[in-house]
Ligand binder design. Structure first.
Ligand code: ZN
Length: 229
């Protein structure tokens, strides 16, 4: 089963596998770098890592238009229901928990970050996602600091890891190199950078550091570009 993963800028990704489209952290209409609008994307499922606007802002309209099921942390899930989402279309998770879905297995992993919702509501704890898609294992670290348990996340082998490199709100390029060493993925893609000036980074320089210091193949995409494996 092949997997195609398209970057829509920031931490928004579209994962196509097994005839399903899974949209991660929908932030499109207000994103300075998104190549598509919320009205134009497909979604059978959505993954939302935490409650910050730059990860959730388009979730409700996309879910209402597409009927997608949203997997997120428990408190963000409850908030989405209050915003008008159908309760049966929300799967509330917590770190360490996993569930099987028609496109594969989803595990909600720890992340060191915060998670308030756009209206100030409590947003539970943030997370990342470890996906098993057929034979492929893909890890989206989402917004997080470096943490030692990345060793455990990578222990089963990873075909792709996606890590933030923007610094300021998440780990930066230097810590991401340590993260990649611990995750030990075959390929690694950067995200959560160059969306706004405070998180500008040189992705080509980062890729050079990845090649010099890790065994992973760096894949630097422009918004709209995709990886297939
Ligand atoms: Zn963010």
């Amino acid at each position: 089963m092949s997997v195609t993963i398209t970057w829509f800028g920031h931490n928004c990704w579209s994962i196509e596998t097994g005839g399903k489209t899974v949209l991660l952290d929908p932030f499109l209409d207000e994103s300075p770098t998104a190549p598509v609008k919320a009205a134009d994307v497909r979604a059978d499922f959505m993954l939302v890592s935490h409650g910050h606007f730059d990860h959730i802002s388009d979730a409700v309209p996309i879910a209402q238009r597409t009927g997608a099921t949203v997997l997120t942390n428990f408190e963000v899930g409850q908030w989405l229901v209050k915003q008008g989402m159908d309760e049966e279309k929300v799967v509330g998770m917590n770190p360490g928990g996993g569930c099987r879905q028609p496109f594969g297995h989803v595990k909600f992993t720890i992340a060191h970050h915060s998670s308030s919702l756009p209206d100030g509501s409590y947003g539970g704890v943030p997370g990342g996602f470890l996906l098993t898609l057929g034979e492929a294992r893909v890890y989206f670290a989402c917004d997080t600091a470096l943490f030692l348990d990345m060793k455990l996340i990578g222990a089963g082998g990873l075909d792709l890891a996606v890590v933030p490199i923007g610094d300021l709100f998440t780990m930066g390029p230097e810590d991401s190199i340590d993260a990649i060493k611990m995750l030990n993925p075959r390929r690694v893609a950067p995200c959560h950078y160059n969306t706004w000036p405070p998180i500008e980074q040189d992705a080509a320089a980062w890729a050079g550091q990845v090649r010099s210091h890790t065994a992973a193949e760096p894949i630097v995409l422009a918004p709209g570009e995709k990886i297939t494996f």
